[in-house]
Design a protein around this ligand. Structure first.
Ligand code: ADP
Length: 366
């Protein structure tokens, strides 16, 4: 091994100190008892000290008195679960996002803390390095975006409801419409229904983001729910045949309305993304205490690289072919949230050009 002389060591220590001192993220190092041994300027500023010297001179753990910590859901955060402590016990890259309130001023900041412990050659922890990113601005921007989404979707709902009512009135006035009148009325109706679906999706996303998606859980038959969903969707297409295979006679415990929303969404996607038509198979099986539902199409399929991403918000395939299909890329994001909130799992297997199978599994009701 190369011998590092003390001058080189001192130089690299100085370099490191300069980098740490002036970096935008706050960095603090603590020994295993929690005593502060290093802090940079950003850390002193973030934790409300006039400088690094004042921070280092302050009593150990003073921050616990100065600030109140809450998790992302607003629950009080147990300081024993701080990532620094978890890192000492061997967790690599321990991390947490906290809402930090200054008890005196009431000022709130969002801070992401990442902790890494340093172990000696006997594998004993010697110190913890904590990096803290101030995410307050980003969180506030996200909040503004969710507020806007919530307001817009609610505002859209009212005129849409009256449009639906007036449309029904108009239809009843034409008891015997001419061919053209009928055609126009049907087109208006289709477009209004599309607007309602989009608005409902936006409302759901807003509910998910604000933690307000409430579920009404009960015991129900998944077979029945799927039969009903197929009955609802089959008349919307003449090119596709939806077939059902195997009935499990199993019951699950969950929100019927929301789970049928998932089934309808998967069926509508299977139709939408198999433009040439064909069979869509719905298979229900029992497997290891779960009921697994598969919705299989022989349509466009999804590239491997996109299969994970399609469940995230606003994600739409980047394939120019699938971009030509209308939608906001919200359906699968909402479906994933619904299934997971009902203690289930959702995933996809697909081959480009051959078709896709969407799966979801829910625990069997015992
Ligand atoms: P949207 O259909 O409005 O774009 P979704 O969240 O339902 O939103 O789907 C996200 C993306 O996943 C779609 O844009 C499409 O690229 C892909 N996708 C979903 N279902 C299928 C399917 N059955 N076959 C092929 N691609 C699909």
């Amino acid at each position: 091994m190369k011998n590092v002389n003390s001058e080189e060591l001192l130089l690299s220590k100085k370099q490191l100190e300069i980098i740490l001192k002036n970096m935008a993220d706050a960095v603090i190092a603590q020994d295993v008892t929690g005593k502060l041994i290093f802090a940079n300027n950003a850390a002193a500023k973030l934790l409300g000290y006039n400088g690094v010297a004042e921070m280092l001179a302050a009593p150990s753990m003073e921050y616990l008195k100065k600030y109140e910590f809450r998790d992302e859901h607003g629950q009080l955060f147990d300081s024993a679960k701080m990532p620094g402590r978890r890192a000492i016990f061997g967790e690599k890259e321990a991390q947490v996002l906290l809402q930090v309130t200054n008890r005196k001023t009431g000022q709130v900041a969002w801070v992401n803390i990442i902790s890494t412990a340093i172990f000696n050659k006997d594998n004993k922890p010697t110190m913890v390095i904590n990096t803290m990113q101030d995410l307050t601005d980003r969180k506030l921007a996200e909040q503004e975006k969710s507020d806007f989404l919530s307001m817009t979707s609610h505002e859209l709902k009212t005129p849409l409801t009256s449009l639906t009512l007036f449309l029904a009135l108009l239809r009843s006035k034409f008891s015997n419409p001419e061919k053209k009148q009928k055609y126009y009325l049907n087109r208006i109706n289709e477009q209004v229904q599309k607007l309602i679906e989009l608005t409902n999706d936006l409302l759901d996303v807003s509910r998910i983001e604000t933690g307000k998606l409430r579920l009404k859980k009960e015991k129900f038959s998944l077979d029945e729910l799927i039969m009903k969903s197929i009955e609802e969707i089959q008349p919307t297409t003449t090119k596709h045949t939806i077939r059902i295979h195997f009935e499990t006679k199993e019951y699950v415990f969950g929100d019927v309305y929301r789970i049928s929303q998932v089934v309808v969404n998967l069926l509508m996607n299977a139709i939408k993304y198999s433009p040439a038509g064909g069979e869509i198979d719905v298979i229900i099986e029992r497997n290891n205490g779960e009921v697994v539902v598969k919705v299989r199409d022989k349509g466009l399929g999804i590239k491997k690289s996109q299969q994970e991403k399609i469940f995230s918000r606003l994600y739409q395939g980047d394939d120019p072919k699938s971009r030509t299909y209308p939608g906001l890329g919200l359906g699968l994001y909402i479906s994933k949230e619904i299934i997971e909130r009902n203690k289930g799992r959702i995933w996809v297997k697909s081959e480009e050009g051959k078709g896709s199978t969407f799966y979801f599994a829910l625990p069997v009701f015992k």
